[in-house]
Ligand binder design. Structure first.
Ligand code: SF4
Length: 363
């Protein structure tokens, strides 16, 4: 059976550009995150953004709760190399201030941004600067008139987004991205699928308020992954209660698991069982940690015994199949040597770094 190629089945959307970063229009699906520093603390925010960028974050959003935070944006932007999006709620004037400071994108929440006049002013100012706007609907802050007996629904999320889309379109602004997030996975799945039928603006996917690392990663992988597998989605944000760096790591893991992006290590490791002959849990954890900084795509298999080990290790770029206190190291499908268990991590890391350097030299 032929392997399914999800990258060939993507729904065509219009492109928008945040600075030089393209979203939609067939561009690779980008990974976003959001800082959790106080935006007014320029040094802390810049430090976090630069760490996020190093981890592969391609678009960074910062909250702009007041004019002082808006005032910090140009100083932040001057010290980073990744497109900067201002996240605006309640007051359209904050969006105007953020645009003045040179942000690359805006996110507004139609549930709380106020009336038509504010939206028109944002559209005029963003249009002048060619800055795209994300209409970011959130089930937790929907317009009251759209709630069904006080509760959000998938169709209400879509209607909220489309109302805002129509307002922007009324004044000739089409540089839009849209999201319809909910913390409820079935609801966001339904909403995004409905929205994808009704619009060709690029879609920003996310399960909002998804939870802490484990539960948030699982919810996000299910919600975002199902949509991506149907060709829906142009950019993703995994939203976790925790370190935003984990949002980026989980985001790439979702994309890598569907073959939609290649970046860094893809680890294949066995779950361990009574046949395990080396300490796979420790070895896999250490290999993953030590190779975190590698950006070249490398599939590494860390396997405990000879049942599935040799084949998995052979099919990876680099692999180890455990024996009694030793491991056979495979590189590009061939056994290169047998190594004592205590040296396996350092040997795998050395080989991986060498392979990554060779890939970098070729590209
Ligand atoms: S590869 Fe071997 S050790 Fe690992 S889970 Fe499978 S049978 Fe067990």
């Amino acid at each position: 059976m032929q392997e399914r190629d999800f990258s060939m089945e993507r729904k065509r959307t219009r492109p928008v550009w945040l600075g030089t970063a393209q979203v939609g229009g067939g561009a690779p699906i980008s990974v976003q995150s959001m800082t959790n520093t106080d935006t007014r603390d320029i040094a802390a925010t810049v430090e976090q953004i630069n760490k996020l960028a190093l981890a592969g974050c391609e678009i960074v959003r910062v909250a702009v709760p007041d004019l002082e935070a808006a005032g910090a944006l140009s100083l932040i932007k001057a010290r980073i190399n990744v497109p900067l999006v201002a996240d605006i709620h309640f007051d359209y004037r904050l969006a105007l201030a953020a645009l003045d400071k040179g942000v690359d994108g805006l996110r507004i929440n139609p549930g709380n941004i106020g009336g038509r006049e504010g939206v028109f002013k944002i559209a005029a100012a963003a249009g002048e600067r060619k800055v795209p706007v994300r209409i970011g609907v959130n089930a937790g802050s929907l317009e009251k008139d759209l709630l069904d007996k006080g509760k959000p629904t998938a169709s209400a999320l879509v209607e909220s987004a489309l109302r805002a889309v129509r307002l922007f379109e009324e004044v000739g602004f089409f540089d839009l991205k849209v999201s319809v997030k909910s913390s409820d996975v079935p609801m966001m799945l339904e909403a995004y699928q409905m929205l994808a039928e009704k619009t060709d603006y690029p879609l920003h996917l996310g399960v909002t308020e998804a939870g802490t690392l484990r539960s948030g990663a699982v919810k996000s992988a299910v919600g975002i992954g199902i949509l991506l597998s149907k060709g829906i989605g142009d950019t993703i944000r995994v939203s976790l209660t925790g370190n935003p760096l984990d949002e980026v790591r989980v985001g790439y893991d979702i994309l890598k698991s569907l073959g939609l992006r290649k970046r860094g290590i893809e680890l294949v490791s066995c779950p361990t069982c009574a046949r395990t002959q080396i300490d796979i849990i420790k070895i896999a954890g250490e290999v993953e940690e030590k190779l975190e900084g590698i950006t070249a795509p490398l599939k590494i298999a860390v396997m405990g015994c000879v049942v599935n080990g040799p084949l998995e290790a052979k099919n990876a770029d680099l692999g180890v199949a455990g024996g009694k206190g030793t491991g056979l190291i495979f590189r590009q499908g061939k056994v290169i040597r047998s190594v004592k268990e205590k040296d396996l991590v350092s040997e795998l890391v050395r080989e991986a770094e060498e392979m990554a350097a060779q890939t970098a030299a070729k590209t």
